[in-house]
Design a protein around this ligand. Sequence first.
Ligand code: FAD
Ligand code: SIN
Length: 543
Amino acid sequence: MQIKTDILIIGSGIAGLFSAIKASEYANVILVTKKNKSESNTNYAQGGIASVLGAGDSFDEHINDTLVAGAGLCNKKTVEILVKEGPDRIRELIKLGTDFTMKSGELDLAMEGGHSKKRIVHSKDLTGKEVERALIDKVSQIPNITVLEDYLAIDLITEHNISNLKHMPISSRHCFGAYVLDSKNKESAAIITIIAKATILATGGAGQVYLHTTNPAIATGDGIAMSYRAGAKVGNMEFIQFHPTSLYQSISNTENKHSFLISEAVRGFGGILKNLSGESFMIKYDPRKELAPRDIVARAIDSELKKRGEDYVVLDLTHKDKADIIDHFPNIYSYCLNLNIDITKDPIPVVPAAHYVCGGVVVDEFSRTSLLNLYAVGEVAMTGVHGANRLASNSLLEALVFAERAAIDLNNNISGISTENINPPDWDDSGTLTADEKVLISHSTKELKQLMWDYVGIVRSNKRLNNAARRIEILFEEVEEYYKKTKVFDSLIELRNLITCSHLIIKSASFRKESRGLHFTLDYPETSIAPVDTILQNTYQKS
Ligand code: FAD
Ligand code: SIN
């Protein structure tokens, strides 16, 4: 089956929903999302959105904090755009009905690591859920947005799918939409061809590459892998952010697909990290202590755990006022209480977990990828604002600012794009069989996640990366063979994407012969002193 639309959006987190609202002002939009529409990283965001909204704060300070966290690899131009356009996007969210926490009639601005001022707009400790609710409400009122839940994009359509255009050089390739699996339809015609004048990828991150992650099960790097297969440029994949504090109890339960986050805002509120002898240790690692950027805090915890042979450290809030703790962190309080941890009396057991991909599909300041008519917004994109390490709460902001910019660019250009003569073939799975042995998928997924955690985690080395590369190659070959012979289904598509993302992370990490930001390797522990302009950004494009 084929469907035509003006704009196809893939993903229903903050980036996809905000793009849809904006693009619907001048075009018909189909938004596909692989689970129910609220299931996304956005829905789990706790701390909030960073923006210059308080008296005494300034654009220069937010820009500087972002550049410092980014360890010399940020794109200054996009950082300035992010910071300067941020406050207007927050005001729009408020207009759309987002209920942010207020204090004495003003937005209650919180503090987080790496920020020199209080600038985090939040909705208690459930910011993402509230933003998602407000955006979904708005989208449901707009008649020219069609939302298709349980529709999983498999691959982007470009000239390489069309036999008489196959030889188009990669530099002139266009994206014409995507092949999408209707996951609930168990019939053979479950894969539809959606042809669009422009496609906006808003598929989020890839935390599921790792055994322990704060990211929900949807975060399988689909957008990054699809773009790479279609020939788009992907960059900086070595910079995986590990959040310093995920709840130890949830991480030790391997049946959980993801671990519960103890927000950075808890440290901003005065939480102190201690080892199991009750000693605070951050001062040994950084004068900013608990409020140092996350890469530093995550490595400090990793080093304490390795030195002391312990499984977790604790985050202690017990010196703070009980009512204040419950008022600021109602979600964290009740989640922990259910596990018999009363955070007003008991220190919280925490460990780092994979949290955010700073790299992704390379885009310019209008969210345009290297493929014509393909845009990428939100966590899937590499705008350059995060460089080698993302500043806390800059991600939701990036999604808003660059979704708006994609919509502006499309508004200027969409009237010149036609799909009248674009007739890609329908998905061809003739000769393939229905999967009989799904254990191959679950086994390989576990193996991949374990090996990425053990060999390509917070601290890397040439030996670990080489081991990981060899094993990924074997997994790749096995899964490709299976894929060619089998009718596709969700977990197979996702595993293939996880393998591609892992390959890109390992390749990028092996290429960077220095330690910088989130990438730390025992073989090159120093940061290169070469001038920043000459330090290569790691980009890859399939030929
Ligand atoms: P997502 O919100 O992840 O949405 C991706 C969407 O794409 C989903 O709907 C998914 O189902 C869909 N999708 C994926 N693949 C496909 C496919 N193949 N076909 C169809 N649909 C697909 N950032 C901050 O700035 N502040 C915070 O306080 C904060 N807290 C966080 C807390 C947690 C626990 C986590 C996990 C992240 C947090 N982050 C925070 C990061 C931030 O939430 C994410 O980076 C951001 O929400 C990403 O938004 P997005 O729209 O790009 O992607
Ligand atoms: C958190 O609440 O700690 C998450 C903030 C972020 O990822 O930016």
